[in-house]
Ligand binder design. Structure first.
Ligand SMILES: [Mn+2]
Length: 322
């Protein structure tokens, strides 16, 4: 189910006396349509069916509205070509059964946005968003000239989300992406930064190793290791031409992002997460991005939603001009 942008969600402070440089996002965001000139396109994925299947705390379906509320008052800096394409969600009648159709709808939507030269940023939603995002990029690139596009998947996450399970969930998307790559005959280039040794079983570390995943533990990503982390990132970016960037908010410490499906006891400092975000956005390789797992039911004073809005704004501001 795809509902068009509800522009009533974009409201906030107006500093009329400041003129055009006093503008905030709610004053410049426009509803997306098929004739929109290339820009940043926000789409909500109002879904936590995968979180429910993964036995997490439901509520992430309310994430997109909470992120828009915090984005509304962001000052407009580098970019003002921002569009809202509304929300994609499972049909309310079929609960968790609606997961796969919603992912499929997201993929088609993103492929069509990419074909028009936009930079999609998708607001989650559980991390099941990742399979929808990747397939959107894959469908777009399949229609192009490259026989075997070099795609990189960069995930900032406490979890590999590589679980083997009977049904797709928020814990399985990167295993599904690995299978999709194998079926397409494409390399699976997956880098997961911020993995917790205490939130992933040995089976997941073994699967990551056998799939050739590049990872760093949360413990290897404190602020004293900023340079080493960015060098590792550069080595990964070197190997790919098209990057899918996904941030699971539970990569952050629980005191920074309490409103998530599965909070992290340690996490990666926001300083490092923001440095990586700026670096990736400026690389010229990022084709699409999403931010997952915001659960407003467990947020404190919109803390996690504010962090999500900062990250979305950084991605938009620093992404190379189209
Ligand atoms: Mn996670």
């Amino acid at each position: 189910m795809h509902t068009p942008a509800d522009m009533n969600q974009w409201k906030g402070r107006v500093d009329a006396a400041e003129g055009p440089t006093g503008q905030r996002w709610h004053q410049v965001v426009r509803p997306f349509d098929n004739n929109s000139a290339p820009g940043v396109v926000l789409t909500g994925f109002a879904c936590d069916a995968g979180v429910q299947r993964n036995h997490g705390r439901p509520g992430a379906r309310k994430g997109p509205a909470a992120i828009r509320a915090m984005l509304s008052n962001m000052p407009v800096r580098q970019r003002s070509d921002i569009f809202d394409a509304g929300d994609i969600a499972p049909q309310s009648s079929d609960a968790t059964d609606g997961l796969e159709p919603a992912q499929d709808q997201l993929s088609d939507h993103l492929a069509s946005i990419l074909a028009k030269g936009h930079m999609p940023i998708t607001l989650g939603g559980g991390h099941e968003i990742a399979f929808g995002s990747f397939e959107g990029l894959a469908r777009h690139l399949s229609a192009g000239d490259e026989a075997s596009p070099r795609i990189g998947i960069l995930n900032l996450d406490a979890h590999f989300d590589l679980r083997q399970a009977e049904h797709a969930s928020s814990g399985t998307p990167f295993r599904q992406i690995a299978e999709s790559c194998r079926q397409r005959g494409w390399a699976f280039n997956y880098c997961c930064l911020g993995v917790s040794e205490f939130a992933n079983t040995q089976a997941l570390f073994d699967r990551a190793a056998s799939l050739g995943v590049d990872w760093l533990l949360d413990e290897e990503m404190d602020i004293t290791r900023r340079t080493a982390v960015l060098e590792r990132l550069d080595a990964f970016l070197e190997k790919v031409d098209h990057l899918y960037f996904t941030i699971c908010l539970d990569v952050l410490p629980a005191y920074v992002a309490p409103g998530v499906s599965a909070p992290a006891a340690r996490g990666v400092p926001l300083d490092i997460v923001e440095a990586i975000t700026d670096h990736v956005a400026a690389s010229g390789k990022m084709r699409l991005a999403d931010i997952a797992e915001l659960n407003p039911d467990f947020d404190i004073d919109h803390r996690s939603a504010r962090v999500a809005a900062r990250l979305v704004t950084r991605i938009a501001n620093h992404s190379s001009e189209l």
